[in-house]
Ligand binder design. Structure first.
Ligand code: FES
Length: 247
């Protein structure tokens, strides 16, 4: 993945995160939270514009001519593809994903690419507030999780093919029972072919003889572009040869 690819992925994710935040500007649990959702949405949309503006200076702009017509070319996480129905989803994005994006921005600011060092620095100040907001709601939620939010979180985590999202209750991870089988993942929203889906605790052994931890849910790269081989890291979203469906 080139630096321009990374910047584009960050810009796309922040654009979608901004839109999802903004959708809660009139339906958050309190007036203060309404205002915070609106403000953070505007921040994220502004950040995405700055990042798009950095694409040319950091290298060849990876956006193709079909960009506007094909949602599959957007490099956002699937978590942002649909509106969130629960406030807990907002909080999870605010406390976890937003913070992860900030870590990437910080790495850019501390890097040696001048345009990123200078243009992204201000984002870190704004993101400080996002972090505090997400953390305070996360603390509030963890002390009073209602059944509906817990059920929604379990459903969301069990639908994660790679098992990266897992709800832990009473010290035990909640994992769906899956048959032993291998399948192909198709992201219909993005019209993009995804990784191999290995389910049910099948042993994975690399070509070099390395045996990986046996897990209930694993996604293996089949686009050849993952930076975390043999596992999928959603780099396939940036691969033109993965767009479309399997024959
Ligand atoms: S299939 Fe997802 S990174 Fe290759």
């Amino acid at each position: 993945m080139s630096l321009a690819d990374l910047v584009l992925a960050l810009a796309d994710n922040k654009q979608l995160l901004g839109l999802r935040y903004a959708e809660w500007a009139i339906r958050a649990p309190s007036l203060e939270a309404d205002i915070a959702a609106a403000a953070m949405g505007l921040d994220e949309l502004g950040h995405s514009r700055v990042l798009y503006g950095c694409l040319d200076p950091v290298g060849a702009d990876p956006r193709g001519p079909d960009r506007e017509a094909d949602p599959g070319t957007y490099r956002n996480l699937p978590y942002f593809d649909r509106p969130w129905t629960e406030w807990s989803q907002f909080v999870a994005a605010n406390a976890v994903l937003d913070t992860a994006f900030t870590a990437l921005v910080q790495a850019c600011v501390e890097g040696n690419v001048d345009v990123l060092r200078s243009r992204l620095r201000k984002m870190l100040q704004e993101e400080r507030y996002h972090f505090l907001h997400g953390r305070s709601w996360l603390r509030e939620g963890s002390s009073s999780v209602d059944e509906a939010s817990l059920a929604a979180a379990i459903e969301e985590s069990c639908a994660c093919p790679g098992g990266r999202l897992t709800v832990v209750k009473d010290g035990k991870p909640i994992d769906p029972a899956l048959p032993q089988e291998i399948g192909l993942i198709q992201d219909s929203l993005k019209n993009c072919r995804g990784p191999l889906w290995v389910k049910g605790g099948i042993t994975i052994e690399g070509a070099d003889g390395k045996v990986y931890e046996k897990r209930n849910r694993v996604t293996l790269c089949r686009c050849g572009e993952s930076t975390n081989m043999p596992f999928c890291d959603i780099s396939h979203l940036a691969c033109p040869h993965m767009h479309g469906k399997d024959e």
